[in-house]
Ligand binder design. Structure first.
Ligand code: NAD
Length: 322
């Protein structure tokens, strides 16, 4: 299958990788946002690649390993050389709980590669490190990931999580060029832009920036968030008001939200969770429309006004350490 080279590619820190501005978030393939058939999952991955998405993100945690298996099948069905797409998975977070020990993460990558049907991943992230000891991440997990990298099972190392302070904590304590990438979620969307203040620091360290959940994990969609969404009620209510307002005006709140996140070019890629061919098509069209004609500034400022009372409101995550 040949890709249609249509999406903007952006450099990822010092890695030399060039990621499509829209990345394919595969957590929905683990059925965490509702049912998805295997066929739809495979077609979604195929359509994403065909339309120019070259970056796919998963984790053993999503759907208790289901997302990795589905993504593996979708990538295999592409039938293209391995260097045509970029894959990240994670370690340390599982259906059974958290384990950032060297022994567990070393075993984890082999399990992930088997499920993904790959010889290596491009990025291996420590998943949601605020739930572990950050000192263990620095002193045990990252050294183990460096060994995994030496063995050729990952090309680059990343860390992910919700509280932004975890990134400085780790990056200030590891040698330069040890952690190549951070993945932040729910901190660069219309309702929460707190990641912005960290971008100059990350740039100064040569660390690539991936942002995830531009639709705030479903808050900024017409159908609303899943039951497990951790946002406080006032944030859920304000996002619902914004989504309803857009619908009334004949506007698509999800398109606007994705375009907002894509507008900041210091962010290498925006991971959107997708579980259908039509969502892939809508999200790629949103990115192309942004490149061609820009964002709908009037609707954006109206939505920003609605969300002003809850701007940058977040929720607790992990063990309080930073
Ligand atoms: P998201 O904000 O991307 O929202 C996903 C939801 O929006 C899903 O229900 C999806 O079906 C729906 N959706 C997608 N496109 C749509 C459209 N055009 N119109 C209407 N609805 C649409 O949230 P997410 O999936 O949590 O985040 C994206 C990805 O980022 C994840 O799949 C995962 O790969 C990654 N992620 C990583 C972490 C982490 O490492 N800690 C955390 C969150 C997300």
């Amino acid at each position: 299958m040949a890709a249609v080279p249509s999406l903007e590619l952006r450099p990822l820190g010092n890695t030399g990788l060039k990621l499509s501005s829209v990345g394919f978030g595969a957590s929905p393939l683990g059925r965490v946002f509702g049912p998805v058939s295997e066929e739809e999952a495979i077609f979604s991955v195929g359509e994403a690649f065909r339309l120019g998405i070259n970056f796919f993100d998963t984790s053993p945690y999503y759907g208790g390993t289901l997302s990795e298996k589905m993504l593996g099948k979708g990538l295999k069905a592409l039938g293209v050389p391995r260097d045509q797409y970029i894959v990240s998975t994670k370690c340390g977070r599982y259906k059974e709980g958290f384990d950032f020990s060297a022994e567990r993460v070393t075993r984890s990558i082999d399990e992930s590669l088997e499920r993904l049907q790959l010889d290596y991943v491009d990025i291996l992230h420590c998943h949601d490190i605020e739930f572990g000891s950050l000192d263990q991440i620095v002193n045990e997990t990252i050294p183990a990931l460096l060994e995994i990298k030496k063995a050729g099972k990952t090309r680059f190392i990343g860390i992910t999580g919700l509280p932004l302070g975890i990134f400085n904590y780790v990056l200030d304590r590891v040698p330069p060029d040890t952690v190549d990438v951070i993945l932040s979620y729910c901190h660069y969307s219309i309702n929460d832009t707190t990641l912005e203040d960290m971008l100059p620091y990350l740039k100064s360290k040569g660390v690539g920036v991936i942002t995830a959940s531009p639709l705030a994990m479903g808050l900024l969609t017409e159908s609303g968030p899943p039951d497990w969404h951790p946002a406080p009620p006032e944030l859920k209510a304000a996002c619902k008001t914004a989504a309803d307002y857009c619908k009334e005006k004949g506007k698509d709140v999800s398109k606007l939200s994705l375009q907002f996140s894509l507008s900041n070019k210091d962010i290498s890629t925006v991971l959107v969770g997708m579980n259908s061919v039509s969502q892939v098509q809508m999200n790629v069209s949103a990115a192309k429309e942004l490149e061609a004609v820009g964002i709908d500034g009037k609707t954006l400022s109206e939505v920003e006004d609605i969300l002003k009372p809850v701007k940058n409101l977040t929720w607790p995550s992990g063990i309080q350490q930073v």
